[in-house]
Design a protein around this ligand. Structure first.
Ligand SMILES: Cc1ncc(C[n+]2csc(CCOP(=O)(O)OP(=O)(O)O)c2C)c(N)n1
Ligand SMILES: [Mg+2]
Length: 595
C-alpha cells in the first residue's frame, strides 16, 4: 500500500522540472498501474486527451482509453472492471452533462462499496460559481454518494490529490472517490507533481481487538442454532478461502448475501443459498429460527433484515466500517475488523462448539425439500431453466454480469457460482442499465474468462448504445437478453399486490393497444428487433431462441462465436420470481409455493 500520509516534502530533494497538469495526471496514473480508463470526452478535459494521445503516438506508456458511448456506460464499465478484478476502476468524463451522467455509477459504486476513481472535468477556476457553460457543482452533487471528493483548482495539487484519491478508494471499506479538475489545473504548469498531502482523520489500517473477537467466538460456541451470514466485505477483503476454512472447521451453516455470492461455492454442503426478499427457503428459515447470527462483512440491508428480523436472536456483526455497526439493526456482539483478519484469527483457533448436528439436519432437509425450483413443461422457455443450462454449459466458470429485475434474481439463484468476483450485479442501488457496460469492464479485467451478460429487455435498452463500444473494440461479451416483453419485476409486484395492470410495464405495448389490456401473454412484437442488431453494430452476432429445444444450441452458438454475441431469449412472459417475502413482510411471510 502506498504511504500517502507523510506530511512533509523531503527538504533536500532537487526541484522537479515543470510539467503540465495533464502530464502530471498521466504520470501518476502510470505510476499507480492504471491499465484502462473508461470515459467520454468534452471541452474541459481535452488537455488530458491531447496528452494521452501524444504519448500513444510516441509509443510511450499511457493507460488505454476506452471510449464509451455515454458517461453512464463509462462509469458502470469502470465499476465492472473493479468488481471483476478487485483493482481500482477509473472513469474520465467532461464537466457539466458529462459529469452528471456519471452520477448514477458513482452512487452505484458507493452503495456496493466498489473502489473507483471518477475523474470529471470542471470549468476554469476563474469561471467557478458564475453559472458558466457546462459548470455543475460536482463536489456538492456527489457529497452524499462518494467516499470522498475533491475539487482541484491548482496544478500544484493534482499529483497529491490523485494519489490520495486512489489510496482512499482502495483502502478500508472501498468506495468511489470523485476528482473534479478545473481546466486551468490541467493546462497550467507545476514543479510540484509529487507534493505529498496530509490526510487527516482517515485511519484505514488498524489492529483488530482480539479479546473482543474471542468473546464473540465464545458466544458463538454456546449457540445451539448458529448461522453465518457473510457479505461483500468477504469478497472485498479477498477472504473467501478463510471463510471456507472457518465454516468447514466449525461446521457452520452459511448464507451469503447478494453482495457475497461466490464467496463459497454454491454447491458447498453447508451453503444455504442467498437470504432476503428473493432468498431461498433454507436461508430465510435459518435466519428466522437461528439463536445466533454471525454477520461478517454485510450490512443488514433492509431486503434481508426485514420486519422483526433478529427478534429474540443473538446478533453479532463483524464489519470494517464502524458506522455500519448498530446502524440498521442493534447487535450484542460488535467487532470492527477486516473480514480477513477476523476469519484468519477464528480459523486458527481450536473450534469449540456445541453439537449442532440436529440443527444442521433440519437445515439440510429444508435445503433439499425447497431448493429453488420452477414449474416445468409447456412450450415456453423458463428463465430459470435457461440459466441452469447456461451454468452447466459454461462449466460454472464464467463471470455473470446482470441488469436489474427478475432476470437478476434468477441469475443469482440458478447459476452455480464457484468463486468470488464471478457474480457482478448492482445490489444496493439496483441500477437498470448496469449490465452491458459493466460486462465491458469485466471483459477488460478478466480476459481469461468468458463474460456473460444476463440482461432483462428493459435493462438492456437503458444502455444499449454501448454495443457500439463493444463492436468498436470487439469485446467478446456474450449477452443473453431474457426477453419477457415486460419490465418484469414491476409487473410481478403489480400482479401480486396491485391487481395487475400492465399499461406502463408492457414493453411490447403500442399506442394501438387496448389501454385496459392486462393479459398479452402471447404478444411478441419485437421492439426493438434484437436480431437486427447485427446490421447496426458491425461484427456483433445475433441469435434468437424461442422454444425450449433450442436452448442448448443457442447457448453453444453464442459461446462458440469468436466475438460479441447477443442472444434474444424469448422466455415465458409472466413467470414470477419465487420465493418472495412480500414488501413489508417478515421472514415467516415468505411465499414459496409455485402456484
Ligand atoms: C434505472 C432504474 N429505473 C427503474 C428501476 C425500477 N425497476 C426495477 S426492476 C424494473 C424492471 C426491469 O425490467 P427488465 O430489465 O426487463 O427485467 P425483468 O424484470 O423483466 O427481468 C424496474 C423498472 C430501476 N431499478 N432502475
Ligand atoms: Mg423484462
Amino acid at each position: 500500500m502506498l504511504d500517502l500520509t507523510q506530511s512533509e516534502a523531503d527538504p533536500i530533494a532537487p526541484p522537479l522540472p515543470d510539467k503540465t497538469g495533464a502530464e502530471i495526471v498521466l504520470d501518476v496514473l502510470n505510476e499507480l498501474g492504471v491499465e484502462y480508463i473508461f470515459g467520454h470526452t468534452g471541452g474541459a478535459i481535452i488537455p488530458l486527451h491531447a496528452e494521452m494521445n501524444l504519448r500513444m503516438r510516441q509509443g510511450r506508456k499511457t493507460p488505454r482509453f476506452i471510449l464509451c458511448r455515454q458517461e453512464d456506460g463509462a462509469g458502470h464499465a469502470a465499476e465492472g472492471y473493479a468488481r471483476a478484478s478487485g483493482r481500482i476502476g477509473v472513469a474520465l468524463v467532461t464537466s457539466g452533462p458529462g459529469a452528471t451522467n456519471l452520477v448514477t455509477p458513482i452512487a452505484d459504486a458507493y452503495k456496493d462499496s466498489v473502489p473507483c476513481v471518477f475523474i470529471t472535468g470542471q470549468v476554469p477556476v476563474s469561471m467557478l460559481g458564475k453559472d458558466a457553460f457546462q459548470e455543475v457543482d460536482m463536489v456538492g452533487i456527489t457529497r452524499s454518494i462518494s467516499k470522498h471528493n475533491y475539487l482541484v483548482r491548482d496544478t500544484d495539487d493534482l499529483g497529491g490529490v490523485l494519489r490520495q484519491a486512489f489510496f482512499i478508494a482502495g483502502s478500508g471499506r472501498p468506495g468511489p472517490v470523485v476528482v473534479d479538475i478545473c481546466k486551468n489545473a490541467l493546462v497550467g504548469q507545476s514543479a510540484q507533481g509529487h507534493k505529498p498531502r496530509r490526510l487527516r482523520g482517515y485511519h484505514p489500517q488498524f489492529t483488530m481487538h482480539r479479546p473482543t473477537a474471542d468473546r464473540l467466538l465464545a458466544a458463538l460456541a454456546q449457540a445451539r442454532r448458529p448461522v453465518v451470514m457473510a457479505g461483500g466485505g468477504v469478497i472485498s477483503s479477498e477472504a473467501s478461502a478463510e471463510l471456507r476454512r472457518f465454516v468447514d472447521q466449525y461446521r457452520l451453516p452459511i448464507t451469503l448475501t447478494f453482495m457475497g455470492l461466490g464467496a463459497v461455492p454454491h454447491d458447498h454442503p453447508l451453503f444455504l443459498g442467498m437470504p432476503g426478499m428473493h432468498g431461498t427457503v433454507a436461508a430465510n428459515r435459518a435466519l428466522r429460527d437461528a439463536d445466533f447470527i454471525l454477520n461478517i462483512g454485510a450490512r443488514f440491508d433492509d431486503r434481508v433484515a426485514v420486519r422483526e428480523f433478529g427478534h429474540r436472536i443473538t446478533l453479532a456483526h463483524v464489519d470494517i466500517d464502524a458506522t455500519e455497526i448498530n446502524k440498521a439493526v442493534p447487535v450484542e456482539y460488535a467487532l470492527r475488523a477486516n473480514a480477513r483478519d477476523f476469519l484468519f484469527h477464528a480459523s486458527h483457533r481450536e473450534p469449540a462448539g456445541a453439537d449442532w448436528g440436529e440443527w444442521l439436519a433440519t437445515l439440510r432437509a429444508w435445503k433439499e425439500e425447497h431448493a429453488p425450483s420452477y414449474r416445468t413443461g409447456g412450450n415456453c422457455i423458463k428463465p430459470q431453466q435457461f440459466i441452469e443450462e447456461l451454468s452447466r454449459l459454461t462449466h460454472q466458470t464464467s463471470l455473470v454480469v446482470t441488469g436489474v429485475g427478475q432476470h437478476q434474481m434468477w441469475a443469482a439463484l440458478f447459476y452455480n457460482y464457484q468463486e468470488p468476483r464471478q457474480w457482478i450485479s448492482s445490489g444496493g442501488l439496483g441500477t437498470m442499465g448496469f449490465g452491458l457496460p459493466a460486462a465491458i469492464g469485466a471483459c477488460y479485467a478478466r480476459p481469461d474468462k468468458t463474460v456473460l451478460c444476463i440482461d432483462g429487455d428493459g435493462s438492456f435498452q437503458m444502455n444499449l448504445q454501448e454495443l457500439a463500444t463493444i463492436a468498436a473494440n470487439r469485446i467478446p461479451v456474450k449477452v443473453f437478453i431474457l426477453n419477457n416483453g415486460f419490465l418484469g419485476m414491476v409487473r410481478q409486484w403489480e400482479d401480486m399486490f396491485n391487481e395487475g395492470h400492465h399499461y406502463e410495464t408492457c414493453l411490447v405495448r403500442t399506442a394501438e393497444c387496448d389501454p385496459a389490456c392486462i393479459e398479452g401473454k402471447e404478444c411478441r412484437t419485437p421492439n426493438p428487433n434484437y436480431l437486427n442488431l447485427n446490421r447496426v453494430f458491425p461484427g456483433i452476432e445475433t441469435v434468437r431462441i424461442t422454444h425450449p429445444p433450442e436452448i442448448r444450441e443457442g447457448i453453444e452458438r453464442a459461446l462458440a462465436y469468436d466475438g460479441p454475441c447477443v442472444v434474444d431469449v424469448w422466455v415465458e412472459r409472466t413467470e414470477d420470481v419465487k420465493p418472495m417475502i412480500p414488501p413489508g413482510g417478515r421472514l415467516a411471510d415468505m411465499i414459496h409455493t409455485l402456484e
